[in-house]
Design a protein around this ligand. Structure first.
Ligand SMILES: Cc1cc2nc3c(=O)[nH]c(=O)nc-3n(C[C@H](O)[C@H](O)[C@H](O)COP(=O)(O)OP(=O)(O)OC[C@H]3O[C@@H](n4cnc5c(N)ncnc54)[C@H](O)[C@@H]3O)c2cc1C
Length: 388
């Protein structure tokens, strides 16, 4: 049975994460306004909250499934601030190693922070259009190409680079390679300046005759896969990370929704859940709709995590959660500003920042349109050739 009722220990963890979140909010504006600075991995009060992860490791016999609860923790952490000042030591590339690496590779890079570089100037949504090449030369792979919009690209120790070993094979030729910083020919060329999530660093790289040992090919299988075998392995990365991105967006909108409710309460306006729709004000009705959408997005995200824990396919559910999380992020932040009016636009509050931060949820890890494509393919049993 699927049950997402959190036990007493879990509820205590959520309270502690929220207490930490209020501390993190103190730093949110500074790093939003000083994008050129990289926030430290740990914020000054971090020690006071070191017990949270230990508490999460011991949640009792009736604990919620670990990935579902991890999603819940992410939501409440981003409730503090979308790009919190407590940076996990893993990044997207670590999820690629988990999804496509051999056991030895998983062990080797378990403690190495790795970004993930798929996007290129001519390839974003359509991952099979990758132009970066990898050629085997003796015991080394030689990589050439450009990668843009790489999250954590500045602070990560290395990156998982998606490249093709045979362009004519389409997705069947795409493989992933771990490239460490300092490797000759692997050049960091840009740090992006962004509309939102400014404390998250985003980088661009050029690879020029960049040589890595042949053991850095994730999965260690250099054969071209008909039907995209290797590529499918890599796409599994998204089944782990898309619900996580959704969870972060949801946390941000939970913060917007609660802020608006508190401001409304100060003006003596409370949502009357008992009254019929015709008796509520337009604002009350909007708030109810926002809460309902948040609940739906939350449940989809927890379920995608729960399926992963059960070892069941969650391709469909990962995209549903990401689509719902992206949608609520765009519309929820917009609605918060709509209700608050001018107050929502000033730098005195974090809402205007949350509004800018929210937009990314519906872009990275596949846009809302791409999630809808994946969902349609899954429901109709179509391949990517049938529905593009
Ligand atoms: C802050 C930030 C961080 C990022 N981090 C990473 C990262 O760590 N690693 C990484 O590899 N990438 C990263 N990206 C890149 C991100 O994943 C891409 O921007 C995204 O996948 C969209 O690709 P694109 O920008 O090339 O848009 P395009 O693919 O050119 O799409 C443009 C528009 O067309 C729509 N569209 C495209 N194809 C279709 C279709 N078939 N049907 C309907 N609509 C379609 C899209 O939804 C979009 O609205 C990041 C981007 C940002 C902004």
């Amino acid at each position: 049975m699927v049950d997402f009722t959190f036990n007493a220990k879990e509820q205590e963890i959520i309270r502690e994460i929220r207490r930490e979140g209020l501390v993190l909010r103190k730093y949110a504006r500074y790093y939003d306004e000083h994008e050129e600075e990289l926030p430290p991995d740990e914020f000054p009060e971090a020690k006071e909250f070191a017990h949270i992860d230990k508490m999460a490791a011991d949640r009792g016999a009736d604990a919620t499934s670990p990935t579902a609860f991890y999603m819940c923790m992410l939501m409440h952490r981003t409730w503090g601030d979308m790009m919190r000042m407590k940076v996990p030591f893993t990044a997207l590339g670590n999820a690629s190693v988990t999804a496509a690496g051999t056991d030895e590779q998983k062990k080797r890079w378990a403690k190495t922070r790795l970004s993930m570089a798929n996007t290129e100037p001519g390839c974003g949504s359509d991952s099979k259009a990758i132009e970066t090449t990898a050629e085997l030369d003796g015991d080394e792979w030689v990589l050439n190409g450009e990668k843009i919009f790489v999250t954590t690209g500045i602070r990560a120790e290395g990156s998982v680079i998606w490249a093709t070993i045979d362009k004519s094979a389409g997705r069947g030729g795409i493989k992933a390679f771990v490239v460490m910083k300092g490797t000759p020919g692997f050049e960091l060329v840009k740090k992006e300046k962004k509309m939102g999530i400014r404390s998250s660093d985003t980088a661009a790289f050029v690879l020029k005759n960049c040589r890595v040992p042949k053991e850095n090919l994730l999965g260690m299988d250099p054969t071209v896969k008909k039907g995209g075998g290797g590529f499918k392995g890599l796409m599994k990365t998204f089944n782990l990370t898309r619900p996580g991105v959704a969870a972060m967006g949801i946390g941000n909108i939970m913060a917007c929704q609660e802020f608006v409710a508190e401001e409304m309460a100060k003006e003596g306006v409370a949502v009357d859940y008992e009254a019929g729709q015709h008796k509520r004000s337009a604002i009350q009705q909007k708030m109810i709709e926002l809460e309902a959408e948040l609940e739906a997005a939350t449940l989809c995200t927890l379920r995608a995590g729960w399926l992963a824990d059960k070892g069941k396919p969650n391709n469909l559910e990962a995209s549903v959660s990401k689509q719902k999380g992206g949608d609520i992020s765009r519309r929820g932040a917009q609605l918060a500003l709509e209700i608050l009016g001018a107050m929502g636009s000033t730098h005195d509050q974090l809402v205007e920042k949350w509004f800018r931060d929210a937009r990314i949820t519906d872009i990275y890890e596949g846009t809302g349109e791409i999630q809808r494509l994946v969902i349609a393919r899954e429901l109709l049993n179509y391949t990517s050739k049938d529905l593009t």
